[in-house]
Design a protein around this ligand. Structure first.
Ligand code: G4F
Length: 296
């Protein structure tokens, strides 16, 4: 819960800063002197990265070296976490682990590959405690509304409440390994508590299509997805990542981390949360048909 910074109990302090502004990052780090830095910042929507490739390269790719340089220039002792992504594997077939070759299929995936290697390079070149967490899709009720899981669970809530009838979708055949974000954040923290810096995959190992996620989510609300879902080609990507299914055995062996929430349970958690959220939002709810105009 947010506490006013004047309150002696306040423990969370927010600062302005931007990954496109390297000088500011140096000043901030020198001032805050954090023990741990988690680089979760990016233009993170894969479909949008085809519309804004240069901006994506700047924030998702070059932004990482600005932050790594800021750590180095400010001279602080800190551990560094880089949010690498299963999107780096792209066209390489599953199961994917830390030894799987990268074959990115989007400007986003390519920018993440750059960030992965530059993080590894700073570890080797400067002895920095810098790690890559290669996370497969991780979701929760806080997920952005234009990513596929939340787009579906919001629509289920709106359709159930009679506020919406149709949901327009792209490729239903894509396979993803969707886990629960709260568990993945603990995995990220564990990576920074290890004796040695290393790179780790976090995944559930599950194998579900977008169609499966639709079916589980609609069924949970007592609805038949086929009555409500329509195809719209604008949600297709110029190049698609067909299948991502992770093998997180290294994280289990070395960090004692294992996902316990699998995709079907995750879908039900998210549907329940969106049904509750809609009840609270009432007339302020923006349905997913309106969000559709955002093209993602
Ligand atoms: O939810 P998505 O947009 O996630 P995507 O592309 O897998 O990327 C997410 O996970 C990555 C980790 O692997 C992160 F690095 C990245 O930042 C992001 O968080 O799409 C999932 C799948 C895709 O195959 C997409 O083509 O769903 C398919 N899909 C089908 N219809 C759709 C839609 N995706 C979206 N966003 N909207 C649709 O209407």
């Amino acid at each position: 819960m947010y506490v006013d910074p004047h309150d002696p109990k306040a423990r969370l302090f927010l600062h302005y800063g931007d990954l496109s502004d390297g000088a500011r990052l140096v000043t901030l780090l020198a001032e805050i002197k954090p023990d741990e830095v988690y680089n979760l910042a990016a233009q993170s929507h894969v479909r949008v990265s085809f519309d804004e490739p240069e901006h994506t390269a700047d924030t998702t790719g070059v932004g990482t070296i600005r932050l790594l340089e800021a750590v180095r220039m400010s001279g602080i002792e800190t551990k560094f976490y880089q949010a690498s992504s299963s999107e780096m594997f792209g066209a390489t077939p599953p199961p994917q682990n830390e030894d799987t070759p990268f074959y990115p299929r989007s400007p986003y995936g390519a920018a993440k590959v750059y960030s992965y290697w530059i993080t590894k390079n700073y570890r080797e070149a400067y002895g920095m405690y810098a790690v890559n967490g290669i996370l497969f899709n991780h979701e929760s009720p806080r997920r952005g509304e234009t990513f596929v899981t939340r787009k579906i669970t919001r629509a289920v809530a709106a359709i159930k409440a009679g506020k919406q009838d149709l949901l327009y979708m792209g490729n239903l055949d894509a396979v993803r390994d969707w886990g629960y974000a709260a568990e993945y954040v603990e995995g990220m923290w564990r990576m920074l508590q290890a004796d040695e810096p290393d790179d780790f995959v976090l995944a559930t190992g599950g194998n579900y299509t977008v169609r499966d996620f639709l079916q589980i989510s609609f069924e949970h609300a007592g609805l038949n997805w086929e009555n409500h879902v329509r195809f719209d080609e604008r949600y297709l990507r110029p190049t698609e990542v067909d299948a991502l299914v992770g093998d997180a055995s290294k994280a289990q062996d070395k960090l004692g981390w294992k996902a316990s929430v699998h995709t079907p349970e995750l879908a039900r958690i998210m549907v329940d949360a969106d049904i509750q959220a809609l009840k609270h939002a009432g007339n302020h709810w923006i349905d997913s048909v309106n969000l559709d105009s955002w093209k993602n």
